[in-house]
Design a protein around this ligand. Structure first.
Ligand SMILES: Nc1ncnc2c1ncn2[C@@H]1O[C@H](COP(=O)(O)OP(=O)(O)OP(=O)(O)O)[C@@H](O)[C@H]1O
Ligand SMILES: [Mg+2]
Length: 222
């Protein structure tokens, strides 16, 4: 599902080069559930953004879901992301004027695929995360944990092969966080989707099949 070789992402800042992320080799198989760990600033978010096609690598080979991302321009990477990737961020960016159901459906609109069948899937996903009776609530009328579950449904609505999550449980008490993570992993497991999740929490990492420490993958010292 993911094949990375000799990846680098450098930023030019005030005349000097900053190495944000470096990976000599990383392979993640289809359907795997992988925790991505490492100290603050080691490049975890940058790596997720490269895999999602948000950030273009400076060098190396990045093959995701059969697509070589490095040579692609922005609009091709946007199309790639809409087809193949579901994203969950720490701040889950639900849109306030819209209900939970509408926010989930927006996940399909952004990918240009929304149609009648998505409404049914959105309702099923909300039911699966225990929010069947909250579909008409706006984000401000939901608890933080409930908002997070809506964000997870939004990431899953367009049936992406790969789900990328960046500290999605950061704002929660560990018990609630573990519950929400189990929901995500259960749905992903049933549907055969690959999950890569950044976390600082060893308890969350223990729920995944494998943990990758980004520092161990470095090509050169940052
Ligand atoms: N746009 C940018 N320009 C210059 N440097 C950047 C840019 N974005 C990130 N960096 C640098 O790249 C490094 C990696 O950043 P990144 O956000 O990937 O770290 P992280 O592992 O996700 O950290 P955290 O655990 O704190 O979220 C950091 O040292 C950061 O300062
Ligand atoms: Mg980060």
């Amino acid at each position: 599902m993911i094949e990375i070789q000799n990846l680098r992402k450098d930023y030019q800042l005030g005349g000097r080069s900053v190495l944000a992320c470096s990976v000599r080799e990383l392979r993640i198989g289809s359907g795997e559930q992988v925790a991505l760990m490492g100290r603050s600033g080691c490049g975890k978010t940058t790596l997720l953004h490269v895999i999602a096609g948000i950030v273009r690598p400076t060098g190396g080979v990045v093959r995701v879901a059969g697509t070589d991302l490095a040579p692609l321009g922005e609009s091709a990477r946007d199309r790639f992301r809409g087809r193949h990737i579901g994203l969950v961020f720490q701040t889950f960016n639900l849109l306030q004027p819209f209900t939970a159901l509408e926010n989930v459906l927006l996940g399909a609109v952004f990918t240009g695929q929304a149609d009648g069948s998505h409404r049914q899937r959105a309702l099923e996903l909300l039911d699966r995360v225990g929010l069947a009776d909250r579909a008409d609530h706006r984000p401000s009328e939901l608890s933080i944990g409930q908002q997070q579950r809506v964000a997870i449904c939004r990431a899953l609505i367009h049936e992406p092969e790969l789900i990328l999550a960046d500290e999605p449980l950061g704002n929660q008490d560990p018990e609630t966080g573990a519950k929400v993570l189990r929901m995500l992993l259960d749905i992903a497991g049933d549907e055969g989707r690959t999950v890569v999740m950044v976390t600082h929490d060893p308890g969350s990492a223990a729920l995944m099949q494998r943990t990758v420490r980004l520092e161990d993958l470095r090509e050169v010292a940052a």
